[in-house]
Design a protein. Sequence first.
Lengths: 250, 115
Amino acid sequence: MTMTEETPTQAPASRDASNWARPVDRLSAEGVVGAGVDSVTGKRVSGPLQGFGQLWQKTFRVSLDGSSMSPQEVIAIWKDRFPTFWPNTGKFYAPLAGIVPGEVALLDIDPIPGSPIKFSTGVMVLYADDESFTFINPEGHALSAWITFSAHRDGDVTVAQVQALERTSDPFDEIGYMLGANRMNNRFWEQTLENVARHLGVETPIVDSQVLCIDKRRQWRRVTNLRNSATLRTAGHTLTAPARWITRRG
Amino acid sequence: MSATSVALDRSGAVATMRIAGDVTSASEGELMAGYTRAIEDGANAIILDFSGLEYMNSGGIGLLVTLLVRAQRGGVRLLASGLSDHYREILALTRLDEAIEIHEDEGAAVAAVEV
């Protein structure tokens, strides 16, 4: 897996330096094994400021009752086994080097479970330390977002958390979000946390969800994000499938 | 890990928030209180001076986004100064530099506001 790195100007000396990805102009997912489509290579990252839709801050937490693990131990397991905690509505092709800053992973997402429609996209590991790691999405992803996975102590209990700061990337995705994709997205992270908690021995995990719209305005100047839309590209690919099938049969 | 401190200076309609120590998700109270105080004092431009910044994680960057959104909503101009090369790189990496004006030092930021 490689990245197109910009020339570093000066060696950073801050104590968080090794936790952040190096600056990149364009992402590259070459070398990720197993993914069918790479729709990430050549794209820039796209955080919440680059998105189109309303800005949401979503926080999901689960108490790891009965587990004696420290936050650092939880995060080590979460990084190591990340793909196995994903709900079955998506597939995560982890970077060969693991969840470390600057690595790129590819994703296949099934918006309608069981259907042949798949969105192919990815994430870059923006930040990682012993108690947290953060992904940022590439252009073309339905969400312009970063998502932080973390663990902390709350009294005698370790709590695992997912926090997303996200906008939909373009008007098409925003409509989908209003029609139910927002709720599906929430459920996705709740299921992820349930899977983490079960793996760590919690029999009946209860996920606490806080979903806040922190900016109701839509960023209309970002309507041009449509040109990168993985959603539209996938829809086009699906709609033209019969024509391709006929052509192949001659 | 050291605590976040935010000291506020005001000159006309320009306020400077001097941010020192560690900026993480635990810094929300200090940062938002500083911002609110600056607005209540009548500032329409706020310089975030990071000369004393020692550490910032992704939770801290998330708080900067929240601050930017509040500023955009309120019509407040947000500028940054005193960033080390490392933190400039992080703002570029996260594309926050597209939404916040970055200046070498506080003097340059004040001059930019007064132009």
